[in-house]
Design a protein around this ligand. Structure first.
Ligand code: WTA
Length: 648
């Protein structure tokens, strides 16, 4: 499978890139042989208030786990993103804002972004926010969202951005876990021409008596639409900005002080607050942004992610701005007003680097080439993808149609937990194979292990682990360090376990095969099966539920739900529709089940554990390869399920 087509490094990419193949190999070797010297040198890419004297202090021993980088250095992330650029490029664009409406766009310079950030930082202080506090940000894709994140960084508060597509229940659970006293939101968002009721969702989240910590809700006016107002709690962003000073000295942060937390789904339990700290994260985000996208001054760079996900944090905001880049911020969606939008935005702003997700590529591909052909896209130099495995057909279409066979594609594999890209081609150094994330970034030591944890050599397939720490790695699960150790460092002791499976070919290239745990990847969005199951069983008519992924043409994975109803419930189509609505309300539209199947019983072992392997096979219509079912408590349920499959 690995011997598909190879796309050798392009001359144009090589002649401008920071590193070619030989330099990549030499630097990689140095980075793993001598991490202290390597990162000691590259850590200098940031401006430090007090320079570090130690670099790497890490151990993956689970009894003694410790991950510290640059620990005696001090710095401020917002200074690295803003202040240090002012002298040289204060009047250069930092952010190009492209609104949902194609007629709505504007440029924000580094100086303007600095001023707005300082003002909002002072405004936050006036609302009582201090170093170490948590501020929840539930926002559309606006310049004000970037300002809010940077303002938190400036005063040493942690931001916790919650994706605007999550429901009030999901938002409330995330506020409650961290205990935030402040929420920053907008009256409404706008996507695809439709309003999103963000403030209304916040009101609903805070109506739950269990979500009791919030004292102030700061509201950005985006649409001017009708909203409810609670005098003692709600404040307008523009009101507190009006009299805020532009002078806000940055907080001096230790390298290991938290920068932000961001919730992500795991295979069990509620979403985890992934905590990233300041020094290592900023070094790693900015360095990967520069090398992977071969970012050079003046390039126009566009990552289509949302601030609600890690890609938005590392590769719209922190990485690019630390590098003094021009970063495009898109409020809309790829198919509004129609599917020519991405290409048209590329032409309008002369975008050089486009970084998006396989699900978006597949959706545009399904619309046909004519939409893409409505733009010239001649400014493009490099394409990137992230979030899920890209199938070779989608890769080829991205390469041939979007990039006109001119632009290399960097398929970047990483995770919320990793802070930045771990496995990816470098455009001037790496020959490409469609569907492979290729080779590790500097300092990253991937390995494949079998189910007993034995490290496998050569061309093989196994569970993907990382053998040693890199600066951008998460430091803990907020409020639950034990869970951090248990989730990532206990499955294969002495390594960081990614939860992904991968194959390695004879050239040492990695091919990510997807999650090996109970995490789904739906349109590049991570979701725990356990979360969706617990939402379902909260419905009064549901006795039991099991959720698995199944192959889906556009989304990569779809959500397949097996539901056992209470005996008096009527298994009707109306009830299926109601359950879909129920899950949307409990979690959000991203978690909408694609298919629901009534299940008279679920396949369980004698000890009561649901055998998901069998459910996955039935959902994928692979009835002939169910494997061993003899350990089931009641093997006959499988036949029933196959029969019911027809009606899903
Ligand atoms: C998957 C997103 C294949 C993988 C940055 C990982 C990928 C999960 C790729 C993390 C890729 C991400 N090829 N699979 N290039 N990139 N994944 O935390 O399963 O939202 O574990 O971070 O997405 O998703 P997360």
């Amino acid at each position: 499978m690995s011997d598909g087509k190879v796309y050798p490094v392009k001359e144009a990419a090589k002649s401008r890139a920071l590193v070619d193949k030989d330099q990549y190999m030499a630097m990689y070797k140095e980075s793993v042989d001598n991490p202290d010297a390597f990162w000691g040198e590259h850590g200098k890419r940031l401006d430090w208030i007090k320079p570090y004297t130690t670099v790497k202090n890490t151990t993956y021993d689970r009894n003694n786990l410790s991950i510290k980088w640059f620990e005696d250095g001090t710095l401020n992330a917002s200074v690295n993103c803003l202040d240090r650029h002012l002298a040289e490029r204060g009047d250069q664009t930092a952010i190009i804002f492209e609104g949902d409406d194609p007629a709505d766009s504007r440029h924000v310079t580094y100086r303007e972004l600095h001023q707005e950030t300082c003002k909002f930082a002072n405004a936050l202080k006036s609302q009582g926010v201090k170093k170490g506090d948590i501020v929840t940000i539930y926002m559309p894709m606006l310049v004000e969202t970037a300002v809010a994140m940077l303002a938190c960084a400036r005063i040493g508060a942690m931001h916790s951005v919650v994706f605007g597509g999550f429901s009030p229940e999901a938002l409330g659970a995330r506020i409650k876990d961290g205990g935030a006293k402040w929420v920053v939101t907008a009256d409404q968002g706008v996507r695809g021409g439709r309003p999103i009721p963000l403030k209304k969702n916040v009101d609903a989240a805070l109506n739950n008596p269990e979500v009791s910590t919030v004292e102030k809700v700061i509201v950005v006016k985006r649409t001017g639409g009708d909203i409810q107002w609670q005098e003692d709690r709600d404040v307008w962003f523009h009101d507190i900005m009006a009299d805020a000073s532009v002078d806000c000295p940055p907080e001096e942060m230790s390298a290991e002080d938290p920068l932000f937390m961001l919730y992500t789904s795991g295979s069990t339990g509620t979403p985890k607050g992934v905590l990233h700290t300041t020094g290592g994260y900023m070094v790693y985000a900015s360095m990967t942004h520069e090398y992977v996208f071969d970012y050079q001054q003046g390039d126009i760079y566009w990552c289509t992610a949302d601030f609600g996900w890690i890609t938005g944090h590392s590769y719209i905001l922190y990485g690019p701005l630390a590098n003094g880049a021009i970063t495009l911020l898109f409020e809309g969606v790829p198919n509004y007003p129609d599917s020519s939008r991405i290409g048209k935005v590329v032409d309008k702003h002369k975008v050089n680097v486009l970084y998006t997700a396989p699900t978006a590529i597949r959706a545009l591909m399904a619309e046909g080439d004519q939409y893409m052909k409505q733009s010239s896209r001649e400014s493009l130099r490099l394409l990137g993808t992230v979030g899920e495995p890209i199938n070779p057909e989608a890769w080829e279409w991205y390469y041939n149609v979007v990039g006109d066979e001119r632009c290399p594609i960097v398929d970047t594999w990483w995770q919320t937990e990793t802070g930045g890209i771990l496995i990816s081609p470098l455009p001037g150094a790496t020959d490409l194979k469609p569907g492979s994330a290729t080779l590790p970034f500097f300092g990253v030591q991937p390995a494949l292990v079998d189910s007993d944890g034995n490290v496998l050599d050569g061309a093989t397939e196994g569970n993907l682990v990382i053998l040693d720490s890199w600066p951008g790695q998460m430091r803990t699960v907020y409020g639950d360090h034990e869970r951090f150790i248990l989730t990532y460092f206990s499955t294969y002791p002495g390594t960081y376990f990614t939860g992904d499976g991968a194959r390695r070919d004879e050239d040492g290239y990695y091919w990510i095969t997807g999650r090996v745990d109970d995490v789904l990847n739906v349109s590049g969005h991570r979701m725990g099966t356990a979360e969706i199951e617990s939402a379902l069983v909260a419905h009064p008519l549901v006795a039991e539920a099991a959720v698995v992924g199944y192959p889906h043409d556009i989304k990569g994975q779809g959500i397949y739900v097996y539901v056992t109803l209470n005996h008096d419930a009527d298994p009707s189509d109306e009830l299926k529709t109601e359950l879909v609505q129920w899950v949307r309300k409990e979690i959000g539209p991203v978690a909408s089940p694609d298919l629901i199947q009534w299940a008279p019983g679920l396949p369980k072992t004698r000890s009561g554990k649901i055998m998901r392997r069998i459910l996955r096979k039935i959902a994928a219509n692979e009835h002939d390869s169910l494997g061993d079912t003899s350990t089931l408590a009641d093997p006959s349920v499988v036949e029933d399920l196959i029969e019911y499959r027809e009606n899903a």
